[in-house]
Design a protein around this ligand. Structure first.
Ligand SMILES: [Zn+2]
Length: 169
């Protein structure tokens, strides 16, 4: 999936966390930003991803890691959570949870729609994809019309609506 699709899904995941936990309104902008930023992190393993092109070690990570393998796993999300709590112990836990929700949204909600799948249960070797049980157009490849037109725009419309009207979440 494209970075902008993942960012929108990460924002929605963060909004759900903020809503369910009844977080104070002041946390919403930061939590949503954390969700968006974290949601594009797993694709650091792809040579042409947004982060890979911009981070100092991005291209090294892209060469060292197989796409949609370790960084797209539950284990990586768990390590990411531990890292955030170690790095920013003073940041409210709910905001770090927004970041982890954004990260998890990438493989669990989005890339699982791709027929190539993601190695969610790393180190187990299976590439898990809903395409095994759901046909096109419910599952589709990156940059397919279904992603570019339907999913991406649908997610961004939902983000805008729920940011303006958070009670809808
Ligand atoms: Zn990905």
């Amino acid at each position: 999936m494209m970075g902008s699709t993942h960012a929108a899904a990460g924002m929605l995941a963060a909004e759900i966390v903020l809503s369910v936990s009844h977080a104070p309104p002041i946390y919403w902008p930061i939590g949503i930003a954390f969700g968006a930023a974290s949601a594009i992190l797993p694709d650091i393993d792809h040579p042409s991803s947004f982060l890979n092109q911009r981070l100092p070690l991005g291209s090294s990570a892209g060469m060292a890691l197989d796409h949609r393998h370790f960084t797209h796993s539950i284990a990586a999300a768990w390590l990411f959570s531990l890292y955030l709590h170690w790095l920013w112990p003073m940041v409210p836990s709910i905001l770090l949870t927004c970041a982890v929700a954004g990260y998890l949204s990438h493989p669990v909600l989005m890339d699982i729609l791709n027929p190539e799948g993601a190695q969610l249960l790393w180190p187990l070797p299976w590439m898990i994809s809903l395409a095994r049980i759901l046909p096109y157009p419910l599952t589709f490849s990156t940059e397919d019309w279904m992603e570019r037109v339907v999913l991406k725009n649908g997610l961004w419309i939902l983000v805008i609506i729920t940011v303006v009207q958070p009670k809808l979440i």
